[in-house]
Design a protein around this ligand. Structure first.
Ligand SMILES: Cc1ncc(COP(=O)(O)O)c(C=O)c1O
Length: 380
């Protein structure tokens, strides 16, 4: 039995409706929105609008035209950071961030943007009071992940969003590990910028993602080019969303994303999150019985999303991942998970951890097989 427990990287398998939607877009539509007056192009335009509307429903976004389709969370984060910050601005972020947020900030630092990194505690949790203490009069943005991709810690974004709002700073949330499995309401939490993948918890294909920008945000586009609109203008139009989606859309991907979001809406975000939490919890309980195993992240299951990281004394995480793959056909991820500073906070730098991340289609039986395989590989 082939077992996939790397849904934090990208979800697999996808719902059947997603595969069908991708094929339908490729075989039956085959055209691009705004790139012609013919019926196929109009149908592609309708599909794009419906995908935005489905995303808007899921995240309680009042105006779907403020959803910009991207190719990944990384692109969405780059647009949110580079499209807003100017030299002299100050940003508060955390030690739990993925390189897709940290590296653009590092590049922006070189051009005069100031960055304060608030350190999380040993369970990966960020203290909202530390964020408050890091604020300056020039703080333009608080930027952070909702759920850690390393150890699953769910950050108190409601409280941190309120702190950002009080300070007049924009609040950017990286929902790479929470979109689809943890309820998010952009208005209630005061999220000005929401960056999310289409290909993880929304069950769309790889090559999809989006950025939501609230009316408080004045964005600069990352790319200039054809938008299918305002064609007489020599300069890039700044209308949302078209001005920020230059180039031909990934319509097969967007069609699949629409089907994936509809699937999530049908199952219910809380049901998906509860199932992942249950599976992660059963693995955590079993592994915690082994004295050689160290689990990372919060011990309270209510504070953890669908990610579990651990190490086994005397076994390199990369070697364990290799054995699980080759001897047991189980796909997991080992190492630093593109978030080196997070491991410094957790105490797992530089060796990293072994990370398992179930999805909606994972089963209790698979988790039991995974735990048995860890015991066998490590000869525990
Ligand atoms: C917390 C976090 N942010 C950003 C990303 C980047 O996502 P993408 O691969 O969609 O660019 C990931 C991917 O694993 C992630 O876990």
């Amino acid at each position: 039995m082939s077992i996939y427990l790397d849904n934090a990287a990208t979800s697999h398998p996808k719902p059947e409706s997603v595969y069908q939607a991708v094929m339908h877009a490729m075989r039956e539509i085959g055209s691009s929105p705004g790139r012609g007056g013919h019926r196929r192009s109009l149908e592609a335009g309708r599909l794009l609008l419906q995908a935005r509307e489905a995303i808007a429903t899921l995240f309680a976004i009042p105006d779907s035209s403020r959803i910009i389709m991207t190719h990944s969370t990384t692109e969405a984060l780059n647009l949110a950071l580079r499209g807003v910050l100017v030299p002299g601005d100050h940003v508060v972020t955390t030690s739990m961030e993925h390189n897709s947020l940290m590296r653009p900030l590092t590049a922006l630092r070189a051009s005069g943007v100031e960055v304060t990194v608030v350190r999380a505690d040993g369970t990966g949790m960020v203290d909202p009071d530390d964020v408050r203490r890091a604020l300056r009069p020039t703080t333009r943005m608080v930027a952070m992940a909702h759920i850690s991709n390393v150890c699953g810690t769910i950050q108190p974004i409601d409280r941190i969003g309120a702190i950002a709002r009080e300070a007049g700073a924009l609040f950017l949330v990286d929902a790479a590990q929470s979109a689809g499995s943890e309820p998010i309401d952009v208005i209630r939490t005061g999220i000005d910028l929401l960056a999310a993948p289409g290909h993880k918890g929304l069950y769309g294909p790889q090559g999809t993602g989006f950025l939501y920008a609230s009316p408080a945000v004045h964005l600069k586009p990352l790319l200039q080019g054809g938008t299918g609109t305002s064609s007489t203008a020599e300069e890039q139009p700044l209308t949302l969303p078209d001005g920020f989606e230059a180039g031909t859309h990934n319509m097969p991907g967007i069609a699949g994303l629409k089907a994936g979001v509809e699937f999530v809406l049908e199952q219910g975000v809380s049901a998906i999150g509860d199932k992942e939490r249950h599976l992660v919890g059963s693995a955590a309980r079993r592994l915690a019985e082994l004295p050689q195993v160290t689990l990372y992240g919060p011990s309270d299951p209510a504070l953890r999303g669908g990610v579990l990281s651990f190490t086994v004394a005397g076994t390199d995480p990369a070697a364990l991942a290799f054995m699980l793959d080759h001897n047991h056909d189980i796909a997991v991820r080992a190492g630093l998970h593109c978030a080196p500073q997070a491991h410094r906070s957790l105490g797992s730098f530089p060796g990293g951890t072994l990370r398992m991340s179930p999805g909606w289609f994972s089963t209790g039986e698979e988790i039991a097989i995974f735990c048995d395989a860890v015991v066998e590989c490590c000869q525990l």
